[in-house]
Design a binder for this molecule. Structure first.
Ligand code: 4AD
Ligand code: MG
Length: 435
């Protein structure tokens, strides 16, 4: 049999006979000729079957093959200028592996609920494959970015006894004989890692019992969280900026085909260059309070931003922006205060353009033992659960900083999709546990 290759490698085999193993994506037929679109996970290629090109009986039996049946085809790779991938296959043989029952996802458009119920099949379609490949490239690039620079990958636990991001979005279990939570963020453990290893990143799933149903919220999402000893808030902004510029450049280069499939306007991504504007919270708040006629929920100085506020704020910029020094009162217990303005925290969010909003949150951590104990009290957090974390301030405390990048939010922005749920293979939201 001719050598088995993947569709993404077809261009290296022009003029050769090859074997493809995959599935029937679509078929058009006339009396003497059939056009089969075959997919194998790496691409879709048009295969042309003339009645006389294949062994006796194959042309006739192919007519009964349903969409998504698994098939193995052999044929000659031909250059073709009209093809999206530059080649097509002249078939010489076809073997049916398993005939599919009538496929539930039709060519016509379905509503989002139907597609989400069939997510295990929907991920086979062209756009979903493109998105999942972009997701993989984003993960590889982010890991690579930190690996190249000497960061150590440091895996935090998922079950924790302490909350990280406030107590209102915790998932809990009683399995351990006392209350345990699913991790909202690997950060606190990442801090222990940074004091042991200098600079680390955690990367894994995190959980929030979000009560809101928005296109920006998942209950299970992935976060990349670097943590660096001796880094300050300025350093965080430089790092986030450098990382995002590299990430966008790599995706534009390596996933150009997938961005095309998704009809992403890449001219907007080309503008993601240094420097990103840095906006003080107070300036952002002043701008927002003047726009109150545009908002469903009016904005008041001191408030956290809602989605509509972020969207308006970022409208006047073509690239991501930083908003820094949010009021300490609306931020987590671990945020360090600004010594020049004790009401402000040394926090920073990175907001993506085009209405995508916050993709990164981070800042400097409170490194003073007494100040940290006071904050735990103010936030009504049980000191016992944080004993190990408090130790980090007793033994070799240093200024340190880090951030968390929301993977699905970042993918949604780069890929230009409306809803976060398509940026993860099997989304979990307040309304969805299956498939
Ligand atoms: O801003 P957050 O809550 O920050 C933290 O968890 C810090 N401990 C991170 C750190 O400093 N190491 O979350 C960080 C990012 C957000 O900017 C957002 O991109 C994403 O995580 N995120 C969510 N993504 C999807 N669904 C949700 N429910 C999300 N909540 C946060
Ligand atoms: Mg945040």
């Amino acid at each position: 049999m001719a050598p088995w290759i993947y569709i993404e490698d077809l261009k290296k085999h022009i003029g050769e006979e090859v074997t493809l193993k995959g599935w029937l994506y679509n078929m058009r037929s006339s009396k003497k000729i059939r056009f089969l679109e075959v997919r194998d996970g790496t691409g879709i290629v048009q295969c042309v079957m003339g009645a006389g090109d294949v062994p006796a009986g194959v042309f006739e039996s192919t007519g009964g093959i349903s969409r998504e049946s698994s098939i193995i085809v052999t044929g000659i790779v031909k250059e073709d200028a009209r093809s999206k991938i530059g080649v097509e296959i002249g078939l010489t043989g076809l073997e049916l592996v398993a005939k599919a029952q009538p496929y539930p996802i039709a060519k016509k458009s379905h509503g989002p609920a139907f597609l989400l119920d069939h997510r295990h099949l929907w991920i086979r379609s062209r756009k979903q494959v493109a998105l999942l490949r972009i997701r993989h490239e984003v993960i590889r690039t982010l890991r690579g970015y930190f690996d190249k620079r000497g960061y150590v990958c440091f895996d935090p636990p998922i079950f924790t006894a302490n909350a990280c991001e406030g107590t209102s979005t915790l998932f809990q279990t009683d399995y351990f004989g006392k209350t345990a939570y699913l991790s909202q963020s690997g950060q606190l453990y990442g801090e222990a890692g940074a004091l042991a290893l200098g600079r680390i990143y955690t990367f894994g799933p995190t959980f929030r019992a979000e009560k809101s149903k928005t296109r920006r919220h998942l209950t299970e999402f992935w976060m990349m969280e670097p943590e660096i000893a001796y880094l300050d808030i300025e350093g965080v902004m430089e790092l986030v900026e450098d990382m995002l510029v590299e990430l966008v450049a790599v995706i534009l280069d390596k996933r150009a085909e997938e961005l095309k499939v998704l009809e992403r306007d890449t001219s907007l991504l080309e503008k993601v260059r240094k420097p990103f504007p840095r906006v003080h919270y107070k300036d952002a708040a002043a701008k927002l309070t003047k726009m109150n006629d545009r908002f469903k929920v009016p904005f008041e100085d001191g408030d956290d931003f809602g989605a509509e506020h972020e969207t308006e704020l970022t409208k006047s910029y073509e690239k991501p922006i930083f908003v820094h020094r949010f009021p300490a009162e609306i931020k987590a217990f671990y945020m360090k205060r600004d010594k020049d303005d004790p009401q402000a925290s040394l926090s920073v969010d990175c907001l993506a353009p085009e209405g995508y909003g916050e993709i990164v949150g981070g800042g400097e951590r409170e490194d003073d033992l007494d100040a940290l104990l006071k904050r735990l009290g103010e936030h009504s957090l049980p000191k016992e659960a944080f004993d190990w974390y408090i130790d980090l301030r007793k033994y070799g405390s240093v200024p340190h900083s880090g951030f968390g990048l929301g993977l699905e939010r970042t993918i949604s922005w780069i890929a230009g999709i409306h809803h976060l749920r398509e940026a993860i293979p099997f989304p979990r939201t307040i309304e969805r546990l299956t498939p």
